[in-house]
Design a protein around this ligand. Sequence first.
Ligand code: NAD
Length: 262
Amino acid sequence: MDLGLKGHWALVCAASKGLGRGCAEALVGEGVNVVITARGEADLLVTADALRALNPDVEVRAVAGDIATPEGRAAAVAACPRIDILINNAGGPPPGDFRDWGREQWIAALDANMLAPIELIKATVDAMASRGFGRIVNITSGAVKAPIDVLGLSNGARSGLTGFVAGLARQPRLAGANVTINNLLPGAFDTDRLKKTLAAGAAKAGQSVDEVAARRRSTIPAQRFGTAAEFGAICAMLCSAQAGYLTGQNILLDGGNYPGTF
Ligand code: NAD
């Protein structure tokens, strides 16, 4: 199916690796011009070249910077001629015990995983509405639906974003102007972040990473981790011309891991 996205411009945040990169690859494959961001310039430039090789017909721009800061966001937005598609993403907060977290840790989590996406939505959504097309996808986490104790910073910050988006997406001036806002909730995906989590778990349990990974996989109905390409494909589908009636939703991508019916 042609997703009807050729020629659009997308800002894909935190996209040098992992899920953000998967989204950028899928959009570039659909003929979307992209601006990608990440903090580390070296990895980002390698990814930009790989995206250009994937589809020489699109324009790929790379902007190094921290999307959780006003300067990082301003540079990213300035690099886009216009933003038809916004993929909000940033690294997740560290695990831990809430007794050890003070205001500084909470503000860092809120900046990266709640306020940065809200600021970028604010910077883009009204222009999308005036053009009659806009797609915003926020990469959140399965932990929004099934909170994970040690990820309290993530549970809290992402739930704040989720509540905000639930109201905003339903504004008739946005939904009625073909602007959709949805959240994609990853379960376990085979990215650097998951590898680090598995390595930390293995060190704690005194087991090999392979043992810990096998145990984790066995708890997922799909019996495997997801891939960034699968994640990107669903993201591109949410951005498609055909998905204009799909808004304000939280879509789990977790190989069946969440045990509830709804
Ligand atoms: P990853 O570590 O593989 O990649 C993260 C990317 O984000 C990198 O390109 C990095 O440079 C960039 N980045 C991080 N912080 C940034 C910032 N402040 N500004 C700009 N760029 C930044 O991670 P991933 O697995 O792709 O995870 C993406 C998001 O999804 C994270 O928020 C993560 O917590 C969440 N998530 C991932 C999983 C999973 O299994 N992989 C599960 C649930 C939630």
